[in-house]
Design a protein around this ligand. Structure first.
Ligand code: ADP
Length: 470
């Protein structure tokens, strides 16, 4: 609202006598009060209740009291600050409210605008300017410049009705706009608009919905297979006991698959639940990797794969969750065993580096001709000392287009290879979440027909100098 309008509205309200004191009415009240008191005194005098002296004294006291009240209650005699209760058409406080709000609006960490009822944006903070890509030096500018008719209409409603509103709109991303009148109760006034980006919320909602759909799909497949075999064994193959062995084998396999899937889903949800709580215990990483590797030896032997472990003699400690780190190594190594060539070999290597950046190179940038992808950027600073683990195999490798998607839940490359190898598609997603909890990184490099290497790295503890001199 501009100054002229405010002034004219103030003048109008004065004419209507809404909030300026009315002098003739005050004078009339004064006269009625004084004459009333004198009349009462006269009545008392006439009935003999009081004498002439009392009548005169009473009349003087009453009229002096009324006069003192009349003069003392005059509006221009009022001392102290202006009353805080403002009337709707009081122009100055509205302008003051806008001026007072401006610093808050500019300091808000969300895009925010102040819009007049005439649709002029008087204040737009930097976030709002960036959101709408506006570069207007002069103020105010018309809200129509934002090219959002819904916003325009809503701002108009809020300015006029004084009621809060929330609307959703899409500019470059999905946002929600919260709008409020700067002085609720005023008929017409400026409106504040604060924009909240909903992209992350919407993405999380979609991811959750996709996850549920994928998980139920993955469970439905083995269940349908088992159901189908039961039907066959009850119906057409009822008396074919020889065929039953084959059916029971497949049913046992499908049951195993469901058990693995449920176990992986449970670990994933447990890890997600604790992802924001940093681990607290000190873990000796080389020892842990050696033991995990040893536990996998029988599985490798069964698959006809040679499993090698290599790590430093000295201890490398980190603040970690030992079960989770063991699960990372186990997931990567069991994948390597699964995907290595027949009679091939898998290596589990562990080492330490002076910085996270060096560790990333040591575990995931070793082969010049490899295609690679970083599946998780570490949250920790690149300069802190780090420990890394690299798991390599000599399998078919993974083609370049699949690399960035590894670590997504249920993403399986071998589905395109004809689904020859069993898996849930959750192993690498689990690794990714565990490494996120450890503020570490996760990367892959692969050469088709030569092999694949997965690397993880995370902050380690500095060596105790006194221990090194011993
Ligand atoms: P899965 O249970 O299917 O192995 P993962 O999440 O562990 O699930 O792996 C996802 C996909 O990544 C696998 O289906 C496979 O296609 C591919 N993959 C993982 N590790 C390797 C590897 N060492 N060599 C080749 N492909 C791999």
């Amino acid at each position: 609202m501009d100054r002229n309008q405010l002034e004219s509205r103030a003048a109008m309200s004065q004419e209507n006598g809404q909030h300026q004191p009315d002098p003739p009415r005050r004078f009339r009240d004064f006269l009625v009060l004084t004459l009333g008191a004198v009349a009462v005194l006269t009545l008392l005098y006439l009935t003999g209740a009081i004498g002439l002296v009392e009548w005169i004294t009473g009349a003087i006291v009453m009229s002096t009291g009324s006069l003192a009240f009349f003069v003392g209650s005059a509006p221009n005699r009022r001392k102290g600050p202006t009353p805080t209760v403002l009337q709707p058409a009081d122009p100055a406080p509205v302008v003051e409210a806008e001026t007072a709000i401006e610093p808050f609006l500019l300091a808000l960490p969300l895009p925010a605008l102040l819009v007049t009822p005439e649709g002029q944006v008087t204040t737009a903070n930097t976030h709002a300017r960036n959101l709408f890509r506006i570069d207007v030096a002069s103020r105010p500018f018309p809200i129509a410049m934002l090219r959002q008719p819904d916003l325009l209409a809503a701002a108009d409603r809020v300015s006029r009705d004084g009621a809060d509103e929330r609307i959703e709109f899409t500019q470059h991303s999905e946002s929600e706009v919260w709008m409020a009148h700067i002085r609720p109760g005023l008929e017409v006034g400026s409106a504040i608009m604060v924009f909240e980006d909903l992209t992350a919320v919407r993405r999380a909602e979609r991811a959750r919905a996709d996850f549920l759909a994928n998980a139920s799909h993955e469970l439905r497949t083995p269940l349908t297979a088992i159901g189908g075999f039961i039907e066959t064994m009850r119906g057409p193959a009822k008396d074919d006991k020889e065929a039953w062995d084959g059916f029971l084998d497949i049913m046992a396999q499908q049951t195993e698959r469901m058990k693995r899937l449920v176990a992986d889903l449970l670990s994933l949800s447990r890890i997600e639940f604790s992802e924001h709580r940093a681990p607290k215990t000190q873990v000796e990483m080389v020892d842990l990797a050696r033991k995990t590797s040893l536990a996998l030896t029988p599985i490798a032997e069964d698959a006809g794969i040679k499993l090698f472990f290599n790590g430093p003699k000295s201890s490398v400690s980190a603040i970690a969750d030992s079960d989770e780190i063991a699960q990372v190594i186990q997931n990567l190594a069991s994948n390597a065993i699964k995907y290595a060539r027949k009679g091939g070999e898998v290596q589990i290597l562990i080492g330490e580096s002076a910085t996270m950046a060096e560790a990333a190179a040591a575990c995931s940038r070793q082969s010049p001709e490899a295609k690679r992808a970083v599946l998780l950027q570490p949250y920790a600073s690149t300069e802190v000392p780090a420990v890394w683990v690299r798991v390599t195999d000599d399998g078919e490798g993974i083609s370049e287009q699949h690399l960035p998607r590894l670590g997504e839940r249920f993403y399986r490359v071998d589905e395109s290879r004809g689904g020859k190898i069993e898996g849930t598609g959750l192993g690498l997603a689990i690794v990714k979440h565990i490494m996120a909890r450890h503020r570490g990184g996760f990367a892959v490099e692969s050469v088709e027909e030569v092999g694949t290497a997965f690397g993880i790295w995370m902050p380690r503890l500095r060596h105790d100098p006194s221990a090194e001199t011993v």
